[in-house]
Write a new protein. Structure first.
Ligand code: FES
Length: 376
């Protein structure tokens, strides 16, 4: 992937806004030729968008790219396509559904994220709920088109047929790859003539269902995406069936308030993740954060109660972030020195924590000196 400056936004023209369901749209952004390498993406990655509100504030949201990713060696994408579902009270989604039109301009950050499957031979599977289909559509379509030795099983859960995003695109994969693409659709509020009886896909149901659908032990990689409850239930079902943690990849789209996760496992609300060597309890009276970002460094005092991202942002407004909620992973940085406490983490895999990465938006210093590297 081409090196893109961390946190850099570019204004991109909206090429189209197409309804997908009553409450969702597909938005395509046109990428000018000089930015195509910057916006090259891997299947499963997302982009952050930024919007200035009427009161001068700023909102950022991340949306997964749904179209097949460009092949290595091919030109970068001429278009970036995302799926946006209306969220109650959601500022950007309301704007996208009610106002956004072709010809408008939106500020878009370079693609990021590690919920990725680079095409390779093997049998893969995904369990998705609602808009969680978005990155998996890119993953499955890229994989099947590029890797003739690959198979993919998509298990998706939606409320009703009418509320199902990318219905046609998924049906198209079935038509194009009938022998290598398997689709199982569960509707929670509608009976289907064929397929699964209605009802939610929870841990217990998945534990019974999965061995009947796929050779669980032969699946090279599982991709779980959607609301917190579905992803955690699917993870527990897979672990119960003996699937190793390293074969499970997950991306959470909605986090119910009060839920807190540590390194990919649900823990009690209020629990924290400590990173670095044995850390003393509590924070020091004064701390300084040193940060490296796009090859330039600086050191600044951390104000009381501030997260490390907030300290860095006061001095380097170009620091990367989107959700500020521990979900998207955009603020990921390498902890070079010192110790931190993370409030919550829905984004980093256990291996990333072990290798010394933290979410700056959730980190508070536990030592007087903390050093972060956003370039690693
Ligand atoms: S900004 Fe999204 S996890 Fe920190």
């Amino acid at each position: 992937m081409a090196a893109a400056r961390h946190g850099a936004f570019h204004p991109l023209r909206v090429a189209s806004v197409d309804p997908l369901t009553d409450d969702s749209v597909a938005v395509a952004f046109a990428v000018p030729p000089e930015l195509r390498e910057t916006y090259r993406y891997a299947p499963g990655q997302h982009i952050a968008v930024r919007r200035t509100t009427r009161d001068g504030g700023e909102i950022r949201r991340t949306y997964s790219l749904c179209a097949p990713a460009p092949a290595p060696g091919a030109p970068g994408p001429a278009e970036l396509k995302v799926g946006v579902r209306l969220v109650d009270g959601g500022e950007f989604s309301t704007y996208a559904l009610k106002e956004l039109a072709a010809g408008d301009t939106v500020e878009v950050m370079a693609p990021a994220g590690r919920f990725v499957l680079e095409p390779r031979a093997g049998h893969f599977a995904a369990i998705v709920g609602g808009s969680g289909i978005t990155p998996v559509l890119s993953i499955a379509s890229t994989l099947l088109a590029r890797e003739p030795e690959a198979r993919f099983c998509l298990i998706r859960s939606d409320r009703t047929t009418a509320s199902t995003m990318f219905l046609e695109e998924v049906a198209d994969l079935k038509d194009r790859f009938p022998d290598r693409f398997q689709l199982v659709h569960a509707l929670s509020r509608e009976e289907q003539q064929a397929g699964l009886p209605s009802g939610r896909l929870d841990e217990e149901r998945l534990a019974r269902l999965l061995p009947a659908l796929v050779p669980v032990e032969e699946i090279s990689g599982w991709f779980l995406c959607g609301p917190f409850g579905l992803v955690r239930g699917a993870e527990r079902a897979l672990r119960g069936l003996g699937v190793g943690r390293e074969r499970i990849h997950q991306e959470i789209f909605h986090v119910e308030s009060g839920a807190v996760a540590e390194s990919g496992a649900a823990v009690e609300p209020g629990a924290a993740v400590e990173s670095g060597r044995a850390a003393p309890a509590g924070s020091p009276a004064h701390s300084t954060v040193t940060a490296q970002l796009d090859g330039r460094g600086g050191s600044w005092p951390v104000r009381d109660g501030e997260t490390l991202l907030e300290t860095v942002l006061r001095n380097r407004p170009d620091a990367p972030y989107a959700c500020k909620g521990g979900v998207c992973g955009t603020c990921r940085a390498f902890l070079v020195r010192g110790e931190v406490r993370m409030e919550r983490n829905f984004a980093l895999e256990p291996e990333e924590i072990e290798s010394g990465h933290v979410l700056a938006c959730q980190s508070h210093p536990l030592t007087e000196e903390v050093e972060l590297d956003f370039d690693r």
